[in-house]
Write a protein that binds this ligand. Sequence first.
Ligand code: HEM
Length: 371
Amino acid sequence: MRIGTPGSVALMEPDLYYGSYLRLDKLLEAQELESTKAGETVHDEMLFIVVHQAYELWFKQILWEMDEVRRIFGQTIVDDADMGTVISLLRRITEIQKLLVQQVSVLETMTPLDFLDFRDYLFPASGFQSAQFRLVENKLGLRPEDRMKLGGAPYTSRFNPDDMGSVAASEQEPSMFDLVERWLERTPFLDHKDFSFWEAFQKAVKERLEADRDVVESNPRLTAEEKTAQLKDFDTTMEQYEALFDPDKHAEQQAAGKRRLSHRAFQAALFITLYRDQPALQGAFRLLELLMDIDEGFTTWRYRHAQMVLRMIGRRIGTGGSAGAKYLEKSAERSRIFGDLYNLSTFLIPRADRPPLPAGIVESMRFKYEG
Ligand code: HEM
């Protein structure tokens, strides 16, 4: 028993008990088999339910972490001291994602024939209606226009009114993508007195490409065809850089859905990636890496789920009415959120060619210890 402080009325609360703390009464009674209700229990339906419920619990945890990261990034100034917290929460999400992928194998111990014993009871319910999964997608930054329609209707049309409300509301909140973009746009150091990273970077790229072009043109060992092929390659690379350097072309690429980050945010991400050895940029670089890890984690899960579905139901349609595995493969292709961060590698130049940073910037990016 817990006893109140001296002088107060004694509080006779029972000791905290494991099962009540975890609400196991609710949790362990939440497995109601449709096959049992229909009069004949199908053994594997229990696994099917438990696995889905385990996923939903992990989705809940991921949302919990994402909301905290979004709270921190929603501040006008993201304190350096918060960066460590953000990094550890994002890393936690990536560890959970590994479990999400592994869990598919547990479900695959159920064979397609076992599944057929109760599949008909499931129509028209489907993972497509997982509101938490949709919240994760929206809070990460998947836009309505990136989504595939099912039977011409938006993804929200399959929800009950409660889920529809919460999922639609999440579309209006600033996503991790939005917040990270704004944070990137605020990156200091891109301009310092008469130094402009963007101008210096363009100059370095042009010098490098021209030097490489000269090497190809003057190489006597190359055949005429090889020379033409390599010079063509340079032209393609140059075009890609020009599209990067020109704000109007960048805007065109955004409109065509080939780029998503603003021009300024893209520059900042490139700056962080190029100068990541600088102490003050290490946290920012780690963050960009983790965002890619999270994107990759969900893409891996989506393909793994699609493979499992193909194995389980072949080319049949899903219980939610989609084209099944084919729909899922397409959905995996379209659901990357931080694609721009992967594209950064296209524009990296070797360390030796990086424009040197002015001493003033280098000094302000160092951690200083006094005393
Ligand atoms: C036997 C196991 C499973 C089968 C055969 C299956 C099948 C499918 C199919 C066919 C779809 C497409 C929508 C539809 O037509 O229904 C779908 C979507 C989905 N499923 Fe599963 N699923 C299985 C297990 C799971 C599990 C364990 C989860 C974990 C939560 C899950 C989560 C989802 C999600 C989130 C979607 C929406 C994906 C998107 O729209 O991109 N599924 N599933």
